[in-house]
Design a protein around this ligand. Structure first.
Ligand code: 8YV
Length: 320
């Protein structure tokens, strides 16, 4: 019988994270890496002091009410926390933590990949080569959009948005943004504030979605938003799929109202709207934003840092 806290880890973690969890906790790891349905999760949580979960586990108010009393903290391996009813967890007297900041740079890198992939027709070019259809070069083959001198609108200028802005300035993009409130000048770094999403849409030749998924932001990028954008704009989403209205985005990509989209996240993923697959001007990735060796280790360590602090009776560094 160990005196280490008993920890349930619901998904397979990077090796270094697993090793640290197994060293410092009486850890039960999910070796199959399958998503646990609520009943399985509740059974696995029996007799545990803590849970380390991913965004694949939905922690509803109902599940919180059914959790064993022994579980005192839930730590999610994600910055996003829309899969958790945070208020219900806190109201039950439990702590809840996420992994902000550590993934900013990796997600910003991927947003630039999507922006370039969409603007320079990465998917069409790749298919031409792979399918053996590239038989000659000509001056008007797969022309894309220039970044230099264009305007990038960032919808949600938190840590990830600002990391994207820093990279985008290097491509000669002019940075515009919308947040609920303007940032202090030292964080704005010359970016132009717009006090509504629509005002941002109107100036965005390129638009990067970087806000959390909340009741206010779900469906924000809808037909009216896209109509407010300049013609031939490019949409990039590394945040959450449900912030965009799929019908509106697919219609705009089909008609050419949007030049292209670079999407890493989808409503209902991995079961995305199948119409996306048929769109040549959609550059699609399978939720790879934070998927680098270093970042995934850092996310796991951030979870464990929170658990360590909690069980040492200290404040959690990134409590929600
Ligand atoms: C993760 C993410 O891949 O951190 C987030 O919110 O969306 C991604 O970094 C995923 O959610 C893992 O739980």
């Amino acid at each position: 019988m160990s005196d280490r806290p008993r920890l349930l880890v619901t998904r397979r973690m990077p090796d270094a994270v697993t090793a640290r969890a197994a060293r410092d906790y009486d850890a039960v790891l999910n070796p199959e890496d399958v998503i646990m349905p609520p009943e399985t999760l509740l059974r696995a949580a029996e007799g545990k002091d803590a849970m380390l979960i991913c965004s694949s586990e939905k922690i509803t108010a109902e599940l919180v009410a059914a959790l064993p009393d022994s579980v005192r903290i839930i730590s999610t391996f994600s910055v996003g926390h829309e899969h958790i009813d945070v208020e219900a967890v806190k109201a039950s007297g439990r702590a809840v933590t996420n992994t902000p900041e550590v993934l900013n740079e990796a997600v910003a890198d991927l947003a630039i990949l999507l922006l370039l992939g969409a603007a320079r027709r990465g998917h069409e070019g790749q298919s031409l080569v792979r399918d053996g259809r590239w038989n000659r070069w000509h001056t008007t083959m797969l022309l894309g959009k220039d970044l230099g001198g264009a305007r990038l609108g960032i919808l949600g200028m938190g840590g990830i948005g600002r990391a994207i802005a820093r990279r985008a300035r290097g491509f000669g993009l002019e940075i515009h943004y919308h947040n609920r409130r303007p940032l202090p000048a030292e964080l704005e770094e010359g970016a132009v504030y717009h006090d509504s999403p629509e005002a941002l849409a109107a100036v965005s030749d390129f638009l990067s979605v970087n806000c959390p998924s909340t009741a206010e932001t779900r469906g924000l990028v809808d037909a009216a938003f896209i109509d407010a954008m300049p013609k031939d704009a490019v949409l990039v989403n590394t945040a959450r799929g449900d912030i965009v209205d799929d019908d509106a985005v697919i219609a705009a990509l089909t008609s050419g109202r949007l030049f292209a989209a670079g999407l890493d996240v989808f409503a209902g993923e991995p079961d995305l709207d199948p119409r996306y697959r048929g769109l040549a001007n959609a550059f699609l990735l399978p939720h790879l934003g934070s998927a680098t060796f270093g970042t995934r280790d850092a996310m796991g360590f951030c979870c464990l840092d929170n658990l360590d602090a909690f069980f040492a009776g200290k404040p959690c560094p990134t409590a929600l």
